[in-house]
Design a protein around this ligand. Structure first.
Ligand code: 9D3
Length: 262
C-alpha cells in the first residue's frame, strides 16, 4: 500500500510514519508513505493556501489552485489511486471501509484545514469522502492518521498474524474480552482463576462469555445489529434465568409491591 498524503503539516505525518507499527510497516515494505506539502504549490512570497469565503462569514477556505496542483503532483506518484478527502461531511469511517481501502494498491489522502476546501476542487478531484465521527477536529490530519492506521494493520505481514483472527473482533460485532498479565495480584485485585488454570478449552469458553458480557454491558447496539451464535444464545438464556432468580428473590418484589414483581 502506498499512501500519498496532502497536508500543510508534512512533519506531523512523517512523525506518525516514523514510529511504532507504522514504522515497522514501512521497514517491512508493507506500506510506502509520502507527504506532499500543499504549501509547496502555493504562489507568491508568502505561499498562501487559504482565502476568505465568497459570501462572507467567519473562517477561511482552502484555495483551489495549490490543492489542485498538489493532487496532480500526487497522481504522478500514484497514478491509479483514488483520492480520499477527510472531511466532517464524509461517510462515517468503520472497519468495513478500512477493509475496502486496504484492497487498493495506493491512496491519495487529502487533509483539509480551515473551514474546508473550495467546493470545485472536491467536485473535480475527490473520489471518497470520510469522517471519523461526529466531533469537531481542527483539520483532517489526525483523521487521516486514524484511517491509515486502521488500513495498515489489515495489510499482510504488518501484525505478524497472517490469518488475522484478532481482526474479527469488530467484524463479528463483539468487544474484546478482558486482558490480564503478571502479577497475579495487583493492589488487591486478582486475575480470574480460570486464566491461571492452564485449561485451554475453559479459557477459550471464559473469553467468549466475557466478550459477550462486555458487549452487552458497553455496546448492546452491537448485539442487536449482529447475529448471536448458538453458544451466545445459551449464555444469554443462562444469564437471563439467573437475573430472573435474583429479581424474584429481591426484597419488595413479591405480591403486593407496587410493580407487582414485574
Ligand atoms: C463551522 C462549521 N464546522 C463544522 C462543524 C466546520 C469545520 C469543522 C472542522 C470544518 C472543518 C473542520 C476540520 N475537521 C476535519 O477536517 C475533519 C474531521 C472532523 O472534524 N471530525 C471528524 N472527522 C473529520 S475528517 C476531517
Amino acid at each position: 500500500m502506498k499512501f500519498v498524503v496532502l497536508t500543510i503539516f508534512p512533519e506531523l505525518m512523517q512523525a506518525f510514519w516514523d514510529n511504532g507499527i507504522m514504522r515497522r510497516a514501512v521497514d517491512a515494505g508493507a506500506i510506502a508513505a509520502e507527504a506532499v506539502n500543499i504549501r509547496d504549490f502555493a504562489e507568491g512570497r508568502h505561499k498562501v493556501t487559504d482565502d476568505r469565503p465568497y459570501g462572507g462569514g467567519c473562517g477561511m477556505v482552502m484555495k483551489p489552485e495549490p490543492l489542485a496542483a498538489a493532487v496532480r503532483a500526487a497522481r504522478h506518484k500514484a497514478p491509479a489511486a483514488p483520492v480520499v478527502l477527510l472531511t466532517p461531511q464524509g461517510r462515517r469511517f468503520d472497519q468495513e471501509m478500512a477493509q475496502q481501502l486496504a484492497a487498493h494498491p495506493a491512496l491519495i489522502v487529502v487533509c483539509g484545514r480551515y473551514e474546508g476546501i473550495d467546493e470545485r476542487v472536491g467536485e473535480q478531484f475527490v473520489d471518497i469522502e470520510i469522517s471519523i465521527g461526529d466531533f469537531v477536529l481542527t483539520g483532517g490530519e489526525v483523521a487521516a492518521m486514524a484511517v491509515m492506521d486502521a488500513v495498515t494493520r489489515l495489510l499482510p505481514g504488518v501484525l505478524g498474524n497472517e490469518d488475522s483472527a484478532e481482526q474479527d473482533s469488530f467484524c463479528h460485532q463483539r468487544l474484546d474480552h478482558a486482558h490480564y498479565t503478571r502479577p497475579p495480584e495487583f493492589e488487591g485485585r486478582t486475575v480470574p482463576e480460570v486464566l491461571l488454570s492452564g485449561h485451554h478449552d475453559r479459557i477459550i469458553q471464559w473469553r467468549r462469555a466475557d466478550a459477550l458480557l462486555r458487549t452487552f454491558a458497553k455496546r448492546p447496539d452491537l448485539l442487536r445489529a449482529g447475529t448471536l451464535s448458538a453458544e451466545e444464545m445459551a449464555l444469554l438464556r443462562t444469564w437471563h434465568r439467573e437475573i430472573e432468580r435474583i429479581i424474584r428473590s429481591a426484597p419488595g418484589s413479591g405480591a403486593g409491591s407496587p410493580s407487582g414483581g414485574g
